[in-house]
Design a protein around this ligand. Structure first.
Ligand SMILES: [Zn+2]
Length: 264
């Protein structure tokens, strides 16, 4: 999973990552920027260092590997240099599935992460590009994280993963990003006064805050993958859209790649 900041994959795909890791699959989160702009009173190298430590702790709590690339936060552009960094990361991991934001997100870093991963989608197989690392023999399946943006087209939940059993662990892992969930995001969102004081109250508050409401389209996708009876009982889900680049998976391929999808 490739996000722009050291808490993006965590929020958008963390529950799915936990389920993969528990089944013995190797999951890596990559943050394309170092997060050095994501605070109201801290910044620069000191903040980047704090966020790297938070990402490492979150990675442990999720059960995944976590890489933070040293590009400035808030200044990401879809350059050749960063594209090559991403091609290398995908090749080194020999990824079967790559998940990234859609390129119509509100945040330029998210948007350009989406563009950068799209730009890498074909090039990971081209031997003369980044020739020091062998090209992938099989093009991965590329997916998008869920978002609420409507233009030019709304997110389509092609795959819906029931993360209900992983939700508490996901919240506990998100809690590692203290600089974000309890400091920066409340400050920029104008709700700092809502953040509870004690650790236990904070986690409860975070769980309420980070619950994504399952809408009709998401429920329909859950029904497709799990059957209606099971889908009706799902409380928490993460959805993904299939990108038109890379390997185009059939439903059977998706069931192989996402073995947690089981007709109930
Ligand atoms: Zn972000």
């Amino acid at each position: 999973m490739i996000g722009a900041h050291p808490d993006d994959c965590d929020q958008d795909g963390g529950g799915t990552a936990i389920l993969f890791a528990k089944m013995g699959h190797a999951v890596k989160f990559v943050s394309v920027t170092n997060g050095d702009a994501g605070h109201q009173t801290e910044g620069g190298g000191a903040l980047a260092k704090r966020r790297k430590a938070e990402a490492e702790e979150a990675g442990k709590r999720f059960g995944v590997a976590y890489d933070v690339l040293d590009n400035h936060d808030g200044e990401l552009v879809p350059s050749l240099d960063v594209r090559l960094q991403i091609i290398r990361k995908i090749r080194e991991w020999n990824a079967d599935v790559v998940i990234a934001p859609r390129p119509n997100d509100y945040h330029p870093d998210h948007r350009y992460t989406g563009v950068l991963v799209q730009d890498a989608a074909y090039m990971v197989g081209v031997p003369n590009v980044a020739p020091h690392i062998p090209p992938l023999k099989k093009n991965p399946v590329f997916l998008y994280f869920q978002d609420g943006f409507q233009r030019p087209n709304p997110f389509r939940p092609d795959i819906a993963v029931d993360i209900t059993s992983a939700f508490d662990q996901k919240i506990n892992a998100l809690d590692a990003h203290k600089s974000q969930f309890y400091e920066w995001l409340p400050w920029i969102g104008g709700y700092s006064k809502d953040v509870p004081q004690s650790d236990a109250d904070r986690k409860k508050w975070l769980a309420q805050n980070r619950t994504i409401k399952i809408n009709a389209d998401m429920r329909k996708s859950l029904e497709k993958w799990y059957g209606k009876e099971y889908a009706d009982k799902v409380v928490h889900a993460e959805c993904f859209e299939i990108c038109e680049y890379g390997t185009q998976p059939s439903d059977d391929d998706i069931r192989k790649l996402f073995p947690m999808l089981k007709k109930g």
